[in-house]
Design a protein around this ligand. Structure first.
Ligand code: HPA
Ligand code: ZN
Length: 429
């Protein structure tokens, strides 16, 4: 029975019966398993109870059984929250959603500057630099975001050409960092780690150092708590540029309020992680923390290599599960995964999203964090990412809280910032 069918059905049910059955089943379902996306199974149980086929005790037992199957880890069970809530499922939806959207201090640890140039930001950057853009919004939007037909990360990465062309001057870079932060703040982000590859902004003669200085100037213009991650690029013939980024990261590294880490971005399937041992050996020698995009377009071996290099976090890491021992390793060592669901869907990082391992990772205790990757290119926001997980997988508020606390632990920032974020999360849930 679909939710629409259930809503129609419940309208004609006697009030006293609704009290007993629907509120229990939906209440338990919403809070325990499918908070905003009541599964058809739970609605079916509610209907069977209303019709006197099964007792409420049986409803509870079957829900527990269902929940055990979906999420076997005790950590993710909320047996104690059998609460009666109003018997109109629509009301429950609004209430829970309303509470959620207002207060949550979102954290985005994996967000690319060049993937965050939305239509309005692109127009402002173009006007500032006298660059001509297509006058038609739909045409421009199509150039700034990924088509639904995207088949791979390689194709996805082609969308970065236009936004990068708008960030080749000091003012273009400064203003883009400022505008992206303001946009993210407006979308509920409380702490942001914004990443970019300095070498991708040198087409018109800027040096990498000038690019970083320009980004740091932009950082000061917004009061959103933001740190920068400098990306190396997967490519051939850019070894010198990658090494220069490492040297600059060493020079600029701070614990908070500037450059806090480095990363490796670009086409993972074309340029394997193993080819980048030298710059990351240097990063390790210098004590620069780093994350690496791995297990996105390439398999678990790529994650393995990144961890061998000394990566503190993994960008995406969706395909880690292909190697059971590796999965156990990241659980035991609490290596955070910066997961980006809609980006993974668009790059076909998993061929069938119903097999996206979010439940498996959460249930097994992987340190999962949720991020946007490229909000403009993916046409997403952090709230949309969580909503997607709620709708598609029945991720609950409690799971979201765990993932936000994971992000706090994983953040490349100081202890005071982490403590403040944790406090804000605790009071929001
Ligand atoms: N992978 C690699 N490089 C990238 C990505 C990504 O998902 N997004 C932007 N640059
Ligand atoms: Zn990325």
């Amino acid at each position: 029975m679909t939710k629409q069918e259930f809503d129609k059905y419940i309208k004609n049910v006697d009030e006293s019966k609704k009290e007993l059955a629907a509120s229990w089943a939906i209440g338990i379902g919403l809070q325990q398993v499918d908070r905003l996306n009541v599964s058809e199974y739970l609605l079916d149980l509610a209907k069977r109870n209303i019709e006197g086929e099964i007792s409420i005790a049986e409803v509870k037992r079957l829900i527990d059984e269902y929940y055990d199957k979906r999420c076997p880890s005790r950590k993710y069970r909320y047996r104690s929250t059998y609460t009666r809530i109003p018997n109109d499922s629509k009301l429950c939806y609004t209430r829970l959603r309303g509470t959620k959207m207002k207060n949550i201090p979102y954290i985005d640890l994996h967000c690319h500057l060049d993937g965050s140039i939305t239509l309005d930001i692109a127009r402002k950057l173009a006007a500032l630099q006298n660059i001509e853009l297509p006058a038609d919004d739909a045409e421009l939007e199509a150039k700034l975001s990924v088509p639904e037909s995207c088949e791979s990360l390689n194709e996805f990465l082609e969308c970065f050409a236009l936004p990068c062309s708008l960030m080749q001057t000091i003012e273009g870079i400064t203003e883009s960092v400022h505008l992206v932060q303001e946009k993210m703040k407006g979308q509920g982000i409380a702490y942001l780690e914004l990443r970019f590859a300095p070498q991708k902004h040198c087409d018109k003669g800027l040096t990498q150092k000038q690019v970083i200085d320009a980004a740091l100037a932009g950082l000061k213009m917004s009061d959103l708590h933001t740190n920068l991650i400098l990306c190396l690029m997967r490519d051939k013939g850019n070894e010198k540029e990658n090494m220069e980024t490492i040297e600059l990261a060493k020079e600029y590294l701070v614990k908070d309020g500037g450059v806090v880490a480095v990363d490796l971005a670009g086409a993972e399937a074309l340029f394997p992680t193993a080819d980048f041992a030298s710059p990351f050996a240097k990063a390790k020698e210098y004590g620069i923390p780093f994350t690496i995009h791995a297990g996105e377009a390439d398999g678990a071996g790529s994650v393995h290599t990144a961890l061998d290099f000394g990566a503190k976090r993994i960008g995406h890491g969706v395909r880690t599960k292909e190697d059971t021992a590796l999965l156990e390793y990241i659980i035991k060592n609490q290596i955070p995964l910066e997961m980006c669901p809609n980006s993974n869907r668009q790059t076909k990082s998993v061929d069938d999203m119903s097999k996206y391992p979010i439940w498996e990772y959460l249930a097994k205790g992987v340190k999962v964090t949720i991020n946007t990757d490229d909000p403009a290119i993916c046409r997403t926001t952090i709230a949309k990412e969580f909503k997607y997980l709620e709708d598609k997988f029945g991720i609950t508020a409690a799971d979201e809280k765990i993932m936000l606390l994971n992000a706090t632990d994983a953040a490349f920032t100081d202890a005071a910032t982490k403590a403040a974020l944790k406090k804000a999360i605790e009071s929001a849930f």
